[in-house]
Write a protein that binds this ligand. Structure first.
Ligand code: COA
Length: 264
């Protein structure tokens, strides 16, 4: 069961084996202040430990924004040292998201700008509402992305598009984001959470160890050259071959029944 921690800047709900983490500062379009990031890191740690949760959906409160990025009231006051620390703490959260055992689906309900876009980039799969708008507008403010954007955006959309987006600060709509591969799906606003939940449910119905090791292999492999990435894949493939889930999955197929995975 989810613990009853009361967070101020996020909300956590549970639907079956899916947890929904909502960025919740609607008055400032869910801008990311230090406290929100600390709460998110803490909540993700708990959700990772919770055996009843298999998939996490991250979304934003209200109809307007997933997140409008770093809280500019906080950012304005930062010294060089504080800026470095702020960037490192944001990057630490994004690395925590990628190394989490459970997949995170971003349900992008509106603006995902700056740190908001970077937070979505650290999720494993991105689904956008037709109303979503994405971009890295930092250069408009005389700053650069500091939450992983200069590194993850080119890995997701390619160097040229990342250069274009980061250097112009242009904000693109959901269809354009789909075209360049920044999001995987675009759906009407009223279908956003339903689509994210259906995908979460589909993922949760598979073997949990297979899901965990697939995510690990992709994230870890992207840091490596192909030879080492393939060696990593083989070692994880060997590991899944030792599981009860593998026996159950293949037996169920051959016996023409649904598998009952136990994560063992
Ligand atoms: N940090 C702090 N507050 C923010 C914010 C941010 N990143 N983004 C929006 N807000 C606040 C606004 O100041 C405003 O507060 P107010 O009601 O007290 O005036 C409130 O959220 C609503 O935003 P507003 O600008 O009035 O909405 P809009 O619909 O006119 O514009 C945006 C929406 C997203 C285009 C606009 O808010 C924006 O450009 N935000 C900054 C985006 C950005 O540069 N992010 C990168 C940060 S590194």
């Amino acid at each position: 069961m989810l613990t009853a921690v009361n967070y101020k800047n996020i909300k956590i709900e549970q639907e079956g084996v899916t947890a929904i983490l909502t960025l919740h500062r609607p008055d400032v379009l869910n801008a990311l202040n230090a406290e929100l990031k600390e709460e998110t890191a803490k909540a993700l740690k708990e959700l990772n430990r919770d055996p009843n949760i298999l998939v996490i959906i991250m979304t934003g409160s209200g109809e307007k924004a997933f997140s409008a990025g770093a809280d500019l009231n906080e950012l304005k006051k930062l010294t060089a040292v504080e800026g470095l620390e702020r960037s490192l703490s944001g990057q630490k959260l994004s690395l925590q998201m990628e190394s989490l055992d459970k997949p995170i689906i971003a349900a992008i309900n509106g603006y995902a700008l700056g740190g908001g876009c970077e937070l979505a980039l650290a999720c494993d799969i991105r689904i956008a509402s037709e109303k979503a708008k994405l971009g890295q507008p930092e250069v408009n403010l005389g700053i650069i992305p500091g939450f992983g954007g200069t590194q993850r955006l080119p890995r997701v959309v390619g160097k040229g598009k990342a250069m274009e987006l980061i250097l112009t600060g242009d904000i693109i709509d959901a269809q354009e984001a789909l075209k360049i591969g920044l999001v995987e799906k675009v759906v009407p606003p009223e279908k956003l959470m339903e689509t994210a939940k259906e995908m979460a449910q589909k993922i949760a119905s598979k073997g949990p160890i297979a899901i965990r090791l697939s995510k690990k292999a992709i994230h870890e492999g992207l840091q490596m050259d192909l030879d080492r990435g393939l060696a990593l894949e083989s070692s994880y493939f060997g590991a899944v071959c030792s599981t009860q889930d593998k026996l159950e999955g293949i037996s169920a197929f051959l016996e023409k029944r649904k598998p009952q995975f136990k994560g063992e």
